[in-house]
Design a binder for this molecule. Structure first.
Ligand SMILES: Nc1ncnc2c1ncn2[C@@H]1O[C@H](COP(=O)(O)OP(=O)(O)OP(=O)(O)O)[C@@H](O)[C@H]1O
Ligand SMILES: CC(C)(CO)[C@@H](O)C(=O)[O-]
Length: 276
């Protein structure tokens, strides 16, 4: 029998990086959006481990690490409309979805013992941090809504809050950015900009300030690419709010911001946290 879980996509608007030898303590502070466009994960214990994303066999260290944590092999199938590496936290979603779906097999599987939600989130977070593909997506995806990461890390280390806003969101993607490469580089400027952005948002916790702080962050962190910058300007010129999704060549906008500016954008909404 196959068990399933849904994990929302997660776009980070701004973040600061907080490495630590303990992957449960390591993480990011920052803010993002949990999106109804996400990843549907099916997992079944199997003789041999295989992972497919949209029917294509792939390797994803975050998922492999989750399976190592359970000490079982499994067939994992992820279906998503989201592009990988474009700032939607797809690897975090696949990792958390695998943890949630595999745990559903615990009652009938001799090698699996049931875990709590915090334990599953912690397992997926550590798996993602050790893979180098994310720092804060998993905890944001588990919480849902508009997650604010006040302190880095998995439960019980991290601390989350959220904005009560539940906006509609549009996005366009022009390509990927290598998250692992950026996170292993010099993150000092990025982290300074991310901390300033979080202070600004906590002073005025609104969707508009989230978007403005995210724009300032992308510029100060030196992450803006030309096409992304032009698109954000186009949306603002048309009276909308847009920012760059970390870490990808992706622009997200509130409401119909991108289509109002003439872009062929995908529309989704902010949604609640991962569920099976
Ligand atoms: N088609 C693919 N393109 C890119 N990466 C892939 C692909 N298939 C599997 N992978 C693996 O998926 C992971 C992608 O992680 P990455 O952090 O770049 O993207 P992401 O999880 O979508 O997050 P981000 O929000 O940072 O863009 C890597 O482990 C990579 O090896
Ligand atoms: C590092 C990151 C931007 C990669 O998507 C994300 O995991 C985050 O916000 O910590």
């Amino acid at each position: 029998m196959t068990e399933r879980a849904f994990v929302p996509g997660h776009v980070t608007g701004f973040f600061s990086a907080h490495p630590n030898d303990d992957p449960l303590v390591a993480g990011s502070r920052g803010a993002g959006l949990a999106l109804s466009d996400g990843v549907q994960v099916a997992a079944t214990p199997a003789e041999e481990t295989t992972l497919a994303v949209n029917g294509e066999r792939v390797e994803m260290a975050a998922v492999a690490n989750v399976l190592d944590g359970f000490a079982v092999d499994a067939r994992v199938e992820c279906e998503t409309v989201l592009p990988v590496s474009a700032g939607f936290g797809v690897s975090g979603a696949c990792a958390l979805g695998t943890a949630l779906a595999l745990d559903a097999h615990a009652p009938d599987h001799p090698d699996l013992t049931p875990r709590t939600e915090n334990e599953l989130v912690a397992l997926a977070h550590a798996a993602e941090v050790e893979a180098g593909t994310g720092l804060g997506d998993v905890v944001g995806q588990a919480r849902g809504g508009v997650p604010l990461r006040l302190e880095p890390g998995a439960p019980p280390h991290g601390r989350l809050d959220g904005l009560p806003a539940r906006p509609e969101v549009e996005y366009v993607t022009f390509g990927g950015l290598d998250t692992a490469e950026i996170l292993t580089g010099d993150t000092a400027a990025l982290t300074r900009a991310g901390e300033a952005a979080l202070d600004r948002l906590l002073d005025d916790p609104s969707a508009g300030t989230f978007m403005a702080a995210s724009r300032t962050f992308a510029r100060e962190a030196g992450l803006l690419t030309d096409r992304v910058a032009t698109t954000i300007e186009d949306v603002q010129d048309a009276g909308g709010e847009a920012a760059m999704a970390m870490l990808g060549r992706t622009v997200f906008a509130l409401g119909s911001g991108l289509s109002d500016a003439g872009y062929d954008a995908r529309r989704c909404s902010v949604t609640s946290g991962a569920r099976r």
